[in-house]
Design a protein around this ligand. Sequence first.
Ligand code: PHE
Length: 462
Amino acid sequence: MSNNREQWSSKASFILAAAGSAVGLGNIWKFPYIAGENGGAAFLFIYLICIILVGLPILNIEILLGRATQKNPVGAFKTLTDKPFWKYVGALGVFASFTILSFYSIVGGWSVAYTLEALKGTFSSFGTPQIAADFFNLKNSNPMWVIGYHTAFFLLIVGIILSGVRQGLEKASKFLMPLLFGILMILVVQGLMLPGADRGISFLFNPDWSKINPQTFLLALGHAFFTLSLGMGAMMTYGSYLSEKDDVVNASYMVAFLDTVIAILAGVAIFTVVFSSGYDPTAGPGLVFHVLPPLLAQLSGGYIFALLFFLLLTIAAVTSAISILEVSVAYLVDELNYSRKKATLTMGILVYCAAIPCALSFNVWSDVTLLGTGLTFFDMADFLASNVLLPLGGFFLAIFAGYVWGIDEVVRNLLIGDSGSVYFGNSILRKSLSFKSIFGFLIRYLSPILIFLVFLYQFGWI
Ligand code: PHE
């Protein structure tokens, strides 16, 4: 079974695929609106700290666990320990893949729909964001519209996964990631050329420290997990297709670096347009669907910019969604000996159905809220994933690596495949005692404690 497990054709392919997983709606849809609502640069600063101190070490651990065991999250824990508890931590990842994909593919569906609307030139007739918001709400009030585009999005990702690791996941990222980067650069350049673009830039880079409060940390940490695809085994599963000779530390740096740069560039592309038109960056989740379409369409060459923007969003969503579904598919293939085809179709259908309540949250079930939280299915899935399941998964990963597998074993494994290249974090640094002690400190103490504090705060216990 695991002898004929597919592998990436090179480390570069893995980096592209893992960056494809990391760069998603989190970077282009979520990051700009969360930053917009939380003071721009002040949020960016806290977010970067979370990425460096918590995200990066856990990213290393996840990829490493995958590479060392060549297994999905459940199988990975089973391989390394006999304690049944850890199997359930792996299973939590499979559950999280359901939860995330159920709201992710709804937003993915909106992106596909908006790409087609942009193609039709719909946005040029929207005078103001209010008209765009009404259009968005009207469309969403039709369950068939939401479910229809969710279906289209799902067919895309199932099609890619069915084709396998090299022919599907790898080929898709090799083609789509450079395209994504090219489109983003075009949008950044056009944004920077707009009159008043500097106000957008200063919003993103001049911190207003008064905006920082415990809530900012909560959001920044949750988002660091979400954006790096951590805490549910996506990176572990992608890591399980790596060969022993591939360097995990350098790959992790590259993935985190690309993800962060792309989020910042997306922020530049969006805030320059928003500020130069005199609009408010605090529009929330509707920022890219309400505010942006009319503003983009009004620029000269706006037809093409609007089209490029929604194409960018769709590409980002597709390359991430495949990594989310791949977790459950790998689980069925490794643990229950399913063929890839059977596993993809089984999980595809199950997750597709799990997403329907989220699709209905905007229309027939808009009044249905869960457990007295006031959250609809859609909001609940988003909240549960980013604020509970991913940080919880990250917490257990850190505990596992720091105390069960042990830092010695972690560092010994990290050094396998060490290419000794000249990146920051090269082999000399890595072999040194300080690397081990810093890494050990971050994994054993800082990450779990920070995550724990955030949990206490979130549930109002501190
Ligand atoms: N990282 C993806 C994004 O930013 C989302 C994601 C979360 C993907 C968890 C895989 C696992 O959109």
